[in-house]
Design a protein around this ligand. Structure first.
Ligand code: NAD
Ligand code: LMR
Length: 354
């Protein structure tokens, strides 16, 4: 049985994510930490008749909250408002992630750490470099959560194909997402050749008429890459995706919990990892370098399907690269260039504090 800590538990993501974790049979203790309101959220959740014991921890109780946790999920930090980029959150959220991860290193060195706080492309490097500086970096224990991109890709592919005929929940085998979690670093891969051809044909047909296809490949890719903006704009300043993110974060955490218990996961799960730390990582660096013409060591972090073992990222898959089409190759080249700057920003932040 496992103690799970949610840091940022009273927030828009933290609350529904904590509810979902409260329902998970593997969770025996649920520690909810926030700088505000966590005890109230924990009292509310503690009335749910599932086995996990729920406790809230306030601002000065961070060490106790994470102590002994095997899994720590971090959605703490500020969300975007309309017109902002995720990168603009870095100034505030990098410091929050560094502080929380430091407490994890000191009180729960065995914990797997799932980072949700944006910009993920930079906050994951902040977490990894902070742990390295503390001498507490364990390969594969830090994973950036990119599951929402996969959830969106499945929904949007189904809609592009005609949702009446192509159920959203049937899309799992047909699309995945690699790269990073921001704009053009998000690279959807349509694994089903027939579906991809159909979307591309819709673009060609519309172009002949001098227009753009709402259900074509270009629109699909754009929607996956900028789906977050759609929610930020619709919420009109009240935040970004919370409910879909809670579900996505839970789905990823559920796989990690299964893996901690040596139960089979649903197969390799995409997440954003430090490639040199895990098996297969250097091969992926080499192959992405060959594809993009960049140096392999500059491709240090990437979201790709990862095999979990004992709840840790054990092996990053490269086989998906064999099936990448020319449209997707072009998307990957752009993503790799953008990612490098995001990663450098995270690393420099930690170096500047030393
Ligand atoms: P929110 O403002 O509703 O909640 C954030 C919570 O973090 C608040 O309760 C706040 O009190 C808490 N917090 C702030 N500083 C803290 C600290 N030092 N320690 C502990 N808790 C702290 O925001 P939200 O909508 O839940 O979003 C949280 C983060 O998740 C944002 O950075 C957002 O951009 C990101 N996000 C990521 C994804 C993804 O796919 N990875 C998706 C959606 C949102
Ligand atoms: C998302 O993709 O919805 C999140 O990263 C939140 C955001 O700022 O868009």
């Amino acid at each position: 049985m496992v103690k799970v800590a949610v840091l940022g538990a009273a927030g828009g993501i933290g609350q529904p994510l904590s509810l979902l974790l409260k329902m998970n049979p593997y969770v025996s203790q649920l520690a909810l930490y926030d700088i505000r309101l966590a005890p109230g959220v924990a009292t509310d959740l503690s009335h749910v008749n599932t086995n996990a014991r729920c406790r809230g921890y306030s601002k000065d109780e961070l060490n106790a909250a994470v102590s002994g946790a095997k899994l720590v999920v971090i959605p703490a930090g500020v969300p975007r408002k309309p017109g902002m980029t995720r990168d603009e959150l870095f100034r505030v959220n990098a410091g929050i992630v560094a502080q929380l991860v430091t407490a994890v290193a000191q009180n729960a060195p065995q914990a797997r750490i799932l980072i949700i706080s944006n910009p993920v492309n930079s906050t994951v490097p902040v977490a990894v470099e902070t742990l390295r500086a503390l001498g507490a970096l364990s390969p594969g224990k830090v994973m950036g959560v990119t599951t929402l991109d996969v959830v969106r890709a499945q929904t949007f592919l189904s809609e592009s194909l005609g949702a009446a005929n192509y159920a959203r929940d049937g899309m799992r085998r047909h699309v995945t997402v690699v790269g990073g979690h921001s704009g053009k670093t998000i690279v959807p891969l349509v694994l089903n050749n027939t579906y991809r051809a159909r979307l591309i044909a819709a673009d060609a047909k519309a172009a002949k008429r001098g227009g753009k296809a709402a259900n074509g490949y270009a629109a699909f890719v754009h929607r996956v890459q900028f789906g977050g903006d759609e929610v930020v704009e619709a919420k009109q300043g009240a935040g970004s995706a919370t409910l879909s993110m809670a579900l996505a974060g839970y789905r990823f955490a559920e796989q990690v919990l299964k893996s901690i218990h040596s139960e089979a996961t649903e197969g390799p799960v995409p997440c954003f990892v430090h490639l040199p730390s895990i098996a297969g990582g250097s091969e992926l660096q080499e192959r992405l370098a060959a594809l993009s013409g960049r140096e392999s060591r500059s491709i240090e972090y990437f979201a790709a399907p990862v095999r979990l073992e004992h709840g840790e990222a054990k092996h990053v898959e490269c086989a998906w690269l064999d099936a990448v089409h020319k449209e997707e190759q072009a998307l990957l080249v752009t993503a790799i260039a953008d990612l490098e700057a995001n990663v450098v920003k995270g690393k420099r932040f930690v170096q500047s504090k030393m």
